[in-house]
Design a protein around this ligand. Structure first.
Ligand code: F6R
Length: 254
C-alpha cells in the first residue's frame, strides 16, 4: 500500500486527477472503475479541467461505476447515473456506450447484478478502480457484515448509510434502502485501486481499515490484501494514522 497525505482537499483532488489522467494517457483504451459520493467531486472537476487543458482523449476509455440505488432511474437527480453524467461523462464527451452503471430500475436486480459482473469481465477487467470509504468502512455499498460478498449483488443499506445519504434527498422516505453494488471480489480484481479519504469524519475508520484487522466488519480492511493500492488522504483524514502509527515509512506528503 502506498499512502499519500495531501495538505487539503484541493491537493487530494489534483493528485487523484493526475493519476487518472496518467492512466488514460498511458493506456487510451483503459477500463476505469468509478465512485460517486462527495469525495470524488473535486477530482472529477480537476480531471475535466486537465482533459481540456491537455487535450486528453477519453474516446476509447470505458468506465464501470461501483453502484447504483435500486428504484432510481438514470434521469433522477439523485441517481448515480445522473451524478456521473453531470460531473464527468458529459463534460468529457463520453457516450452511454462507454459508461456502465448498474440499472437501478431493473425488474430482476439479481439478473442485473450478474449481467453487470459479466460486462466487467467482458471488458477485460478494471485497470484502475476509484474508491471512497463510508464512515462505517463500506466500499461500494458492501456494508459491515459477517462475510465479504464476492460478486456484484443487490444489498440492503444500513441505517447509518441511509442517514448519511439523506443529505441529498428532501424527505427521509425518499432515501433508497437498497442498491446494486460491485462485490468485494469484483473490487479486488481491479489491477490497481485508488482510495480517497477526506475530512475528520473519516480519520478513525481510515486508520481501522488500513492498520486494523482484516474483517468483514470493516469491509475496506480487505484492501490490505490487494497488491497495488494507493491511498490519498487529506491531513485531517490521515490524523488518526499519524497519531497512532507515526506515519509509515512509505508515506509521501503532497
Ligand atoms: C459511492 C460509494 C460509496 C462512497 C462512500 C463515501 O459510489 O460506493 O462507497 O464512496 O459512501 O461517500 P462520501 O465520499 O460521500 O463520503
Amino acid at each position: 500500500m502506498r499512502l499519500m497525505v495531501a495538505a487539503d482537499y484541493d491537493r487530494l483532488s489534483e493528485k487523484a486527477a493526475d493519476l487518472f489522467a496518467a492512466e488514460v494517457t498511458l493506456q487510451p483504451d483503459c477500463v476505469l472503475g468509478l465512485a460517486t459520493g462527495s469525495t470524488p467531486v473535486g477530482m472529477y472537476r480537476a480531471l475535466v479541467d486537465k482533459a481540456r487543458r491537455e487535450n486528453l482523449d477519453f474516446s476509447q476509455v470505458r468506465t464501470f461505476n461501483l453502484d447504483e440505488y435500486r428504484g432510481l432511474a438514470g434521469d433522477h437527480p439523485q441517481s448515480y447515473r445522473y451524478f456521473m453524467e453531470q460531473q464527468l461523462f458529459r463534460p468529457l464527451g463520453m457516450t452511454a456506450s462507454q459508461t456502465f452503471i448498474p440499472d437501478g430500475m431493473a425488474s430482476d436486480p439479481d439478473k442485473e447484478a450478474a449481467r453487470y459482473e459479466a460486462a466487467i469481465e467482458a471488458a477485460g477487467g478494471i485497470d484502475l478502480q476509484l474508491l471512497g470509504i463510508g464512515g462505517n468502512g463500506h466500499i461500494g455499498f458492501n456494508e459491515p457484515a459477517d462475510h465479504f460478498p464476492v460478486h456484484t449483488h443487490l444489498t440492503a443499506l444500513t441505517e447509518s448509510t441511509i442517514s448519511a445519504n439523506a443529505r441529498f434527498f428532501d424527505r427521509m422516505e425518499e432515501v433508497p434502502r437498497e442498491a446494486i453494488t460491485m462485490g468485494i471480489g469484483t473490487i479486488l480484481k481491479a489491477r490497481r485501486i485508488l482510495l480517497l479519504a477526506s475530512g475528520a469524519g473519516k480519520a478513525e475508520i481510515l486508520w481501522r481499515a488500513l492498520y486494523g484487522p482484516v474483517t468483514p466488519q470493516v469491509p475496506a480492511s480487505i484492501l490490505q490484501l490487494h497488491p497495488d493500492v494507493w491511498v490519498i488522504a487529506d491531513r485531517v483524514a490521515a490524523a488518526e494514522i499519524a497519531k497512532r502509527e507515526k506515519l509509515p515509512p512509505q508515506h509521501e506528503d503532497l
